[in-house]
Write a protein that binds this ligand. Sequence first.
Ligand code: SF4
Length: 497
Amino acid sequence: MEAELTGVAVEEAPEPEAPVSPLAPTKVGFVSLGCPKNLVDSEVMMGLLTKAGAELTTRAEESDVIVVNTCSFIESAQKESVNTILEMLRHKSEGRARKVVVAGCLVERFRDEIRKSLPEVDAVVGTGELEQIVSAAGVAPSATVDSPFRILTSRAEGDARAFQGRFSRESWDGAISDLPNYLYDETTPRVLATPRYTAYIKIAEGCDHPCSFCIIPQLRGQFRSRRFESVVAEAERLARSGVREITLIGQDTTCYGEDFDLKDGLALLLGKLAGIEDLRWVRFLYAYPNKITGRLLETIAAHEKVCSYMDVPLQHASATVLKRMKRGGGAELFLRSIEKMRRIIPNVTLRTSFIVGFPGETEKEFEELCEFVRAAQFDWMGAFAYSDQDGAGAYSLEKKLPGREIERRRKLLMKIQKAISKKKRKSLVGKEFDLLLEGTSSETDLLYEGRTPMHAPEIDGKVFVNDFPEDRQPQPGEFYRCEITEAHDYDLVARII
Ligand code: SF4
């Protein structure tokens, strides 16, 4: 599959300054891979480049510089990143591009290796060096070393883990340079790549948790939060520019504010954002299970604008597997926590994800997970095949499962969830919801597509709209009242009332 360049929907930045370059603007194309957190990094880099005088393009063939913002979460993501770099390098050897810059997580993992194996790559920019993109792309000279973007807060838990070596990359072949500690703020220029009515806000970066399958802490650094006022100022500015839905993200949003001793920081932030008049929906992703407080749940329940939606990646349900994953918890505890969420937030939508086939996962432990999924009745669920990561704690564990067996288990778990999802969707028929219309369907021009508060951007099922009142013109980005008329395994069909 050919890599697509990241689209540019809305320019959103503080007062633009005069371009630095006196020459014709350098045209820069961007490929953003991976998760929404990486997308925000791409948006910040696009903002910095635009402010420096570059022009963004969505066409690789007309780019002077192509930036590939890579993902390195699992092996398949690394492969996709490398293939995309190779594909973009062809625009340099055969086309117009003068430079190809590689940014993101793959750089943090294989900085030296990329330089050695891919000498045609002109520059690398790690996740902690976003402001260097301007000089790397040749748009302006290097930024000063004393960057205002450095964040110096940390949590005691993170400091202790750092002392124990959680963030060390010394044994990683090909990965050098300091641990990232960058985090943008409300003054950083940013060009949104999402549709004009929706935006992500990264409220924190890095992670202090010890999960043994994960190398994100080594790639992204210690947990640090953005200042409360900075997030609010950015949300207000986005709302003024036409954004109606904000999704708060971070590796772990529920630790927000702990590094500057803010208690229940996420709850306070949600309450504050719910007071921004022009915003219609606010939600957050990536909650860590044991960080969900009663106050957080009560805040979600108390504010109409805060979507009744909880995304809590649980990773497994067997206490013994979770112990090996260095996460703790287990089915019984999780079920109690889910019961509490459902009690405090009526009609809450629950999303989770699991890793199947962790080293040593026995048939019995897997069956515990299946049993838990049947009992928990999640609205949305993802299941990922365990992928061995050199540098993660689990890499040295014994009893690795064969790939085919992991895939068998993943498919089985998804089959269980499919039946649950079908039943859940069916129960929605006849009910009314607010719907954010997103445009004509990607599957057919005859239908529109939208989302309700139960659907986070891009990850959950779809709502197809097949009936609009004759006197109303469908407007993407507008909110409508809809009635669900049909249900499928994951998707819904609705009519606008
Ligand atoms: S919470 Fe665990 S899985 Fe998530 S980013 Fe942190 S270490 Fe990785």
